[in-house]
Design a protein. Structure first.
Length: 573
């Protein structure tokens, strides 16, 4: 076998000795410039500079979000309550902070605990906006395999997941909707207290809701001892359940761990909402069906039917306002099971079935298709009923309008796929109530409330999917209302009496909580519909409900002003 000769090139040695003796010629100017440029790229001018900005793609953080991230790193050393008002981007702030710690190699693993409806949204945003390889937790084995997990807090606290979480030490723990930890006696609070973590972020728009002890519990979860022992805190800072003393000192202590940006500070500009009511005139056959069902519902109420059966009949009345297809399953159940469990069905039920068969025109569906065809840009149509969703999708397809469905029964990956199709290809998304939670649709600026929920919070959740931080265009909201039906009365209440569609994001939940026993407005409205004697009495009762809502709004705002004074010293205007 022939060997390969090896020769040593020692010419470099002579040049190296000459440079040592003269201390010159170490580098040519071009090489020096490259080395200098590389050094500058790695340079960190000071600890407050955010290196993560160079790694962000597709969006630019707002000034208040960057300032929040700097304060958490520089002043709070990675443990903070992010208490911005709703809509100012607490998720973005948390993502910036996590990314910065990852870039600086100070965080290797992280756990993000959120409500189950937000798991996909958090996972998507961390990956797309921050290039953080977060994974949505689905199986127990994933706790050990992945370094950055997004999980439902309700899942994480249950066995066998609980043991997996508690045996690991996390560099960073992030908890969304942290106000749900306000009670230290709950399982959620005790579970989070046991999690071993180096850095921690608690996200909540309402760090104080009902009493000052809630604020103490959150701060104690984040930095035990920051506000002293419970008894010391009560003695020094609590004058009453909702009344503070030594406010200046308390505010100073709280500001060491909490950052709160407010909409009134002028840091963020929200686009406008344009609201249009679209009246729907029922065809003669649709009108006969609606009147027949209304008469049947009232008749059953006068006969003293059970609450359960009467509520299902009110649902039938709402379904027929949506579409013939939506009403069919309920009527079929009536035929199958009877009313009140009786075998002999009233003749009215058979009459309603025949009236349903006679409906040959779907006025509301036709108007939705017409509006979609005439509108430029993306549009989301919200309906309450699966049958109506299928009908709308078929009708849009017949007109060659690209549309995709979105509903709660879809698996996570299918929801993601529908979202991507809507973003890149389809013009319309037809969503059931699942579309009102946990998704961001800033690329869409047209909303059709095809069916109106009776709970104002659900209406606001729908609008909040589109009209939110990052929306660059004004949002147009089309509210469908079939004339001379319960739907028209509900729209009157929401639009005229509550001013629902122009409300600021986040107000509605606070107002409903303030109303106490009337917070379940859907039940209250059903009772009103059953008891009202004619349209005039119905409007009077709805007007009274609207007055209660307005009173609760004023009381909620007064309490919020007091909380603002406590949390950030802002005096009421």
């Amino acid at each position: 076998m022939k060997t390969v000769p090896i020769r040593m090139d020692r010419r470099w040695l002579t040049q190296f000795q000459e440079r040592l003796e003269t201390d010159q010629g170490w580098s040519d100017p071009e090489g020096f410039e490259l080395a200098l440029e590389a050094a500058k790229a790695q340079q960190i001018p000071d600890f407050d500079s955010l290196r993560c900005q160079a790694f962000l793609q597709g969006f630019t953080p707002l000034p208040h979000q960057l300032e929040t991230a700097r304060r958490v790193l520089g002043e709070m050393h990675g443990r903070a309550i992010l208490a911005d008002e709703v809509g100012l981007g607490k998720t973005i702030e948390a993502g910036l902070i996590l990314k910065e710690y990852l870039v600086r190699d100070l965080v290797k693993n992280a756990l993000i605990l959120v409500p189950s409806s937000l798991v996909l949204q958090w996972t998507r945003e961390l990956n797309q906006k921050f290039q953080i390889p977060a994974v949505a937790q689905k199986k127990a084995w994933m706790w050990d395999k992945y370094d950055i997990l997004v999980a439902s807090i309700d899942t994480a606290k249950r066995d066998p997941h609980r043991a997996k979480v508690l045996e690991r030490h996390y560099d960073m723990l992030i908890i969304d909707e942290a106000h749900k930890l306000k009670n230290r006696r709950t399982k959620n609070y005790r579970f989070v207290k046991e999690i071993r973590k180096k850095y921690a972020l608690l996200l909540t728009a309402t760090p104080v809701q009902n009493e000052l002890n809630e604020l103490y519990n959150l701060v104690n979860l984040l930095k035990p001892g920051q506000l002293g022992q419970q008894q010391v805190f009560s003695t020094q800072y609590v004058a009453g359940k909702r009344l503070a003393k030594n406010e200046e000192k308390l505010r100073e202590e709280v500001h060491r761990v909490m950052i709160r940006n407010r909409r009134n500070d002028g840091n963020v500009h929200f686009t406008r909402r344009h609201v249009e009511t679209v009246p729907i005139i029922l065809s003669p056959s649709e009108r006969r069906l609606y009147e027949g069902i209304t008469h049947f519902v009232k008749d059953q109420y006068r006969k003293g039917g059970s609450i359960k059966s009467l509520l299902s009949l009110i649902t039938l009345q709402r379904e027929v306002c949506s579409s013939r297809d939506a009403a069919f399953p309920t009527l079929f159940k009536l035929l199958k099971k009877g009313v009140e469990g009786k075998e002999d069905l009233p003749p009215d039920v058979y009459r309603l079935v025949n009236l349903l068969r006679d409906v040959d025109k779907q006025s509301k569906v036709e108007e939705a298709v017409k509006l979609a065809r005439a509108t430029e840009g993306k549009m989301i149509i919200f309906t309450e009923y699966r049958a109506t969703q299928d009908l709308l999708l078929r009708s849009l397809a017949e007109e060659e309008i690209p549309a995709v469905p979105y509903r709660g029964g879809f698996a996570r990956n299918k929801k993601d796929w529908m979202m991507e199709l809507f973003r890149t290809r389809a013009q319309v998304m037809v969503a059931t109530e699942a579309g009102g939670e946990g998704i961001n649709l800033q690329f869409c600026h047209h909303i059709i409330n095809y069916d109106l929920p009776w709970n104002p919070m659900r209406v606001e959740q729908r609008i909040g999917r589109v009209h939110r931080l990052g929306q660059e265009k004004d949002v147009t909201i089309y509210n469908f209302a079939t004339q001379d039906t319960i739907e028209e009365h509900i729209l009157w209440l929401l639009h005229e009496k509550i001013d629902m569609f122009r409300s600021v994001i986040g107000d509605i939940e606070t107002i409903l909580a303030e109303m106490g026993d009337q917070a379940d407005m859907e039940q209250s409205l059903m009772k009103i519909m059953l008891e009202a004697e004619g349209d005039r009495d119905l409007r009077r009762r709805l007007d009274h409900l609207g007055e209660n809502f307005d009173q609760a709004r004023q009381e909620a705002r007064a309490k919020q002003q007091k909380r603002d004074v406590l949390l950030d010293g802002t005096q009421p205007s």
